[in-house]
Design a protein around this ligand. Sequence first.
Ligand code: DON
Length: 310
Amino acid sequence: MEMCNDKETLDTIVEEANKHTSQGKVADYIPALSLANPDTLSVAIFQNNNVCTTSGDINEKFTLQSISKVLSLAVALMDLGEEEVFSRVGKEPTGDPFNSIIKLETHSPSKPLNPMINAGALVVTSMIEGRTIDEKLERLLSFIQELTGNPSITVNEDVAKSEFDTAYLNRSLCYFMKQHGVIIDNVETLLELYTKQCAIEVNCEDLAKIGYVIANDGKDVDTNRPIIPLHIARILKTFMVTCGMYNASGEFAIKVGIPAKSGVSGGIMAAVPHGVGIGIYGPSLDDKGNSIAGMKVLEALSERYNLSIF
Ligand code: DON
């Protein structure tokens, strides 16, 4: 694909997209995230076992936040199987913001509609295997280290604590679901694990590699060995299309047409089926919690290189 090694075009796209950062704002409901520089924007593109082109400061680190929901879902599906996982979380988009509680009350039973909204992700996190928080976190971390080939990936404890100390809405979701028997775990223990999961720290290259593995049906970058079984990689890509950008997923599918997952830190992980992984970091967010410049980058790349899957 000509996109690789065409740094000049990527730099132009990034420069153009960067003009939109002033229209958004950095997430501040997790206090530690408000420290990010709103004007930064970096992109890494991964293809054929290599980061083939980049733009911006790709060494800058950021936390996965909601991008981690794709990875915890992969682990839960691998460990427990589809039947068990989807008996506790649904497969349908909501059209509501990511932290909304409303459908838990209006739908009966109050099973979250999908694993990409906070309620659904909290249930999925409660299904990660292990006897202690440390064991469960280790299960997830080693999976992410395997996907990225980066053994130094770990949790940013400051961001985790900052979210844990202020996660009143996520606590409400958990207690609501616990009342209805959807969550069995101790809520504080689950929140500690969930906030650590969201605070796993990566850079754009790591994200691009994760996107590449998912794009390539779960096969390892170097060895082609399956890290994620094919049918699970398909499920992940499908959720990324239908729910990956929250209540902007429909518009994103029309404008961009690439399976992608965003997080409130400003990261976006995109997987162009059978070809390319894209990692983006741009912390200025739109009102739906998606990276404003990151979305522009993907829109421009999709148009320029005809990447839409539709
Ligand atoms: O649970 C939360 O609110 C955050 N840890 C993650 C939310 C998030 O990234 C939504 N993304 N756009």
